[in-house]
Write a protein that binds this ligand. Structure first.
Ligand SMILES: Cc1cc2nc3c(=O)[nH]c(=O)nc-3n(C[C@H](O)[C@H](O)[C@H](O)COP(=O)(O)OP(=O)(O)OC[C@H]3O[C@@H](n4cnc5c(N)ncnc54)[C@H](O)[C@@H]3O)c2cc1C
Length: 430
């Protein structure tokens, strides 16, 4: 299965660092194996480790790592981190507060209030969450790729299955490959887990051996592009605490200054436009040009990273001793920090449910309950973003939305509040 993210202008990409020492797990059996150290995985590993469980957090890339992302944490994400006792640590990263979103389309500008948001680079945010997980007692292996093995009784995965008891159920096995292929095969380990949390993002590479878990890419799904590079004094077009979103017929590109005075660009672009533009860099420049935004000085020499097609639905969210979290459950384009909020929401739902499954015995009911909660607290909350994503594909709708948002600011504020609120039902898990 393809990598979900790669540098796409290789002429400016940094040279691959030499492979570091082989990573080995400290033991062969864990309570939780968490795959992927994005926000979903690291937070889940942290929450599980705090309960005194044996937790292994596995990450394919070397940390800290870059990630194509707008770096905006909305107030829902912050509230959930606060509830997890992580507000102080987040503040220590010196995130940049945001107060407004400025949309730019064909030289027209529309400023929307966006109070309470924060911008923090993903390399720092994700590295901090990993540190929190490790301090809570989790073991962390980076540069290690994980694959969930099918159950010996593979019928269990798709069958109606009776309740399993904690004592009799087969454990999940996960194959770990440390380092980079082809040498990786020489460094293979298999560990067992009482529960596996698959948090490995869009490509779901950890589930490649389980065909019942697959995702369907939506027609017209855009491609993600991202770049991070230093700001210069000449880049004076942006107000402090403002997110700028340049909108063009090729797609749209969000631009923020992060805590370390780096520009962070994150775009979702139409695949055909990308081909027409000749390169991802040209595509980003075209979006800025047609929106009437002056591109920052450093863009010409920046490394642009690209993703696989974004919008997709996943066939199922849970299986025997296996829960899917974050982008692994499907993808809807976020606009002001919803993506990480949904991933964090999933972590706060998954860990207590999985622990209940461990203590009472894993059952189909636990899997259904998890899927129900993900539907309710994540999928149902994605309607506004889905609608915005469709609007941004149609020039006429973009113009009407600009006009409507200017005339009806109260409606716009309500919609923004809606995507920022805490999910309707994060009921406690007994
Ligand atoms: C252009 C763009 C802009 C965005 N802007 C924002 C924004 O401003 N705010 C926001 O909240 N969200 C934004 N998002 C969405 C956000 O980035 C994701 O929703 C969020 O990162 C999901 O977190 P996650 O933990 O599920 O996955 P990820 O953050 O993708 O983490 C998955 C991790 O798993 C690792 N991995 C993959 N396969 C394996 C394997 N087999 N074994 C071990 N490790 C593996 C990967 O290396 C990665 O580190 C944006 C996304 C895009 C594409």
């Amino acid at each position: 299965m393809a990598d979900s993210e790669v540098p796409v202008n290789s002429e400016t990409a940094p040279r691959m660092r030499p492979q570091s020492t082989v990573r080995q797990p400290c033991r062969d059996d864990y309570d939780f194996v968490v795959i992927g150290a994005g926000v979903a995985g690291s937070l889940a590993a942290c929450l599980a480790a705090r309960q005194g469980l044996r937790v292994l957090l596995v990450e394919r890339q070397r940390f800290p790592r870059a990630k194509v992302c707008g770096c905006c944490l909305n107030s829902r994400a912050q509230q959930l981190l606060h509830q997890a006792g992580l507000a102080g640590g987040l503040q220590a990263l010196s995130p940049v507060p945001t107060s407004a979103l400025r949309l730019q389309y064909r030289g027209r500008s529309l400023s929307l209030p966006m109070p309470g948001g924060l911008v923090v680079s993903r390399s720092r945010l994700d590295a901090w969450l990993v540190t929190e997980a490790v301090q809570a007692g989790a073991e962390f292996l980076d540069e290690t790729s994980a694959r969930v093995m099918p159950l010996a009784d593979s019928g269990r995965e798709s069958g109606s299955g009776a309740t399993e008891t904690a004592n009799t159920t087969a454990l999940r096995h996960v194959t770990l490959n440390s380092g980079t292929a082809p040498a990786a095969a020489a460094h293979e380990h298999v560990v067992s887990a009482r529960v596996v949390l698959a948090c490995d993002g869009l490509a779901m590479s950890s589930l490649a051996l389980l065909p019942e878990f697959h995702s369907e890419v939506s027609a017209g799904a855009r491609i993600g592009l991202g770049a991070t590079f230093p700001g210069t004094p000449q880049d004076s077009q942006q107000q402090p605490n403002e997110i700028v979103m340049a909108v063009g017929s090729q797609g749209y590109c969000g631009m923020v200054l992060t805590e370390d005075q780096q520009w962070n660009l994150a775009a979702a672009v139409d695949g055909r436009s990308l081909q027409r533009c000749g390169s991802p860099l040209n595509c980003l420049k075209d979006i800025f040009h047609s929106a009437g935004v002056v591109a920052p000085q450093g863009l010409d020499t920046a490394v642009v990273r690209g993703t696989i097609p974004l919008t997709r639905r996943t066939s199922r969210y849970a299986g025997a001793r296996l829960l899917l979290l974050g982008d692994t459950t499907g993808y809807v384009e976020p606009f002001t920090g919803e993506g990480m909020a949904w991933a964090i929401t999933a972590a706060t739902i998954a860990v207590p449910l999985a622990m209940r499954g461990l203590s009472l015995g894993w059952s189909r009911d636990a899997e259904h309950e998890y899927s129900r909660r993900i539907q309710r607290c994540v999928m149902r909350e994605q309607g506004v973003c889905r609608a915005l994503s469709s609007i941004l594909s149609h020039p006429l709708l973009i113009r009407l939305t600009f006009a409507g948002a200017s005339l009806l600011p109260a409606v716009t504020r309500t919609l923004i509040r809606r995507v920022n609120r805490l999910p309707r039902q994060l009921e406690p898990i007994e």
